[in-house]
Design a binder for this molecule. Sequence first.
Ligand code: CMC
Length: 428
Amino acid sequence: MSETAKIEIGGKSYEFPVVTGAENEKAIDIKKLRGTSGCITIDPGFKNTGSTTSAITYLDGENGILRYRGYPIEQLAEKATFLEVAFLLIYGELPNKKELADFKASITNHTLVHEDMKQFFEAYPAKAHPMGVTASMVCSLSTFYPESQDPNRPKEAIDLTIHRLIAKLPTLAAMSYKNAMRHPFVYPKNNLGYCENFLNMMFSMPTEDYEPDPVVAEALNKLLILHADHEQNCSASTVRIVGSSQANLYASISAGVSALWGPLHGGANQAVIEMLDKIKEDGGDLEKWVAKAKDKDDPFRLMGFGHRVYKNFDPRAKIIKKACDDVLEKLGVEDPSLDIAKRLEKIALEDPYFVERGLYPNVDFYSGIIYKALNIPTEMFTVMFALGRLPGWIAQWKEMVENKEPIGRPRQIYTGETERDYVPIEKR
Ligand code: CMC
């Protein structure tokens, strides 16, 4: 017999089915709670609420486990290419040789963006944050491909939209950087791999040849894989909820880019480097900054620390910390920020405040130091996260569409004024 859960409200008992996941995780299905008892559940920040069932990513925060479609993140980060992982997330299985070749060919075929888009870039101020530009550009793609707005398109047409987006996001991201520098745009080169092409569009100049360094391309490949999906996080949930209104893929992903921008989510990678710089400029008194992070009257938090789901360690941070050492050594970069970060981590990990709350370095703590070593400017860090997260967002959107999930529409408990009569202005 399938498991059930009983909820007692006002002396009356209601029974609900228990849903069990592939890894034995359990949830009480309360869809009918309001219909039977008149009650809703309340859970700000969705700390204990499953918004969906999903077959994409498995995450066990207590044990530091992360798997895409069943494959451990450690193996994928070590052995796979980003496009292989993108295929895996979006289509559910690792591609065979032909599937991967076709996928790469399709992505390569769509790397150019419409020439008219250049004018949008030129209208932005040089200081425009590249995340603002990227979110707008992704949404603007829907205006160039209006057929994407039809929610009932055949599979091939949806695949084309997906491939276009994967192909064009690196181009748009690099254009947002070049535009901020007021440097000429660099067009995609289709003889280069996904990471190499992005690096070329970022760093190539008309004045000198640029040869993407394999160490840099490999590091980028790893970082993109580590960021590729993370189940129902803030931006993925945003993508699903926007898409649930049948808004098109470009609009849904653009909303995801915006959600990622915040410093509590993907924007933390920029915030970490800014924090380390600030600590350095301030004289490097780490005890003082740790004390500030613990002080509830001080808004300062240790950026790159803590996670909603990981309460033991973030497996991505473990891989990134090692990659950080490797990349800096291979590139011969000496960055005092790395030393500060390591000392900060050590102090925090031994401090009861952080230990008791399960606050550990997350994926963003060391990623910025690698991006810096790769010469990626700080304001582009979150765009790099978006590049990596794109296949995850697409997979989440596609799953939501294919499962025909209902429109996302939470309820609330109203705490405002009860009914009162309008008062004319002269009497107020
Ligand atoms: N520094 C100091 N205290 C912290 C921190 C931190 N970084 N993170 C959490 N806390 C404290 C928090 O004040 C609270 O203390 P108390 O129980 O005494 O009120 C407790 O730890 C639990 O924190 P919370 O804010 O309730 O936890 P949450 O799950 O709502 O938030 C978080 C998770 C990631 C937003 C938060 O840990 C944070 O703000 N971290 C810094 C920003 C950051 O690095 N974000 C990147 C997350 S990983 C990349 C991604 O996937 O987005």
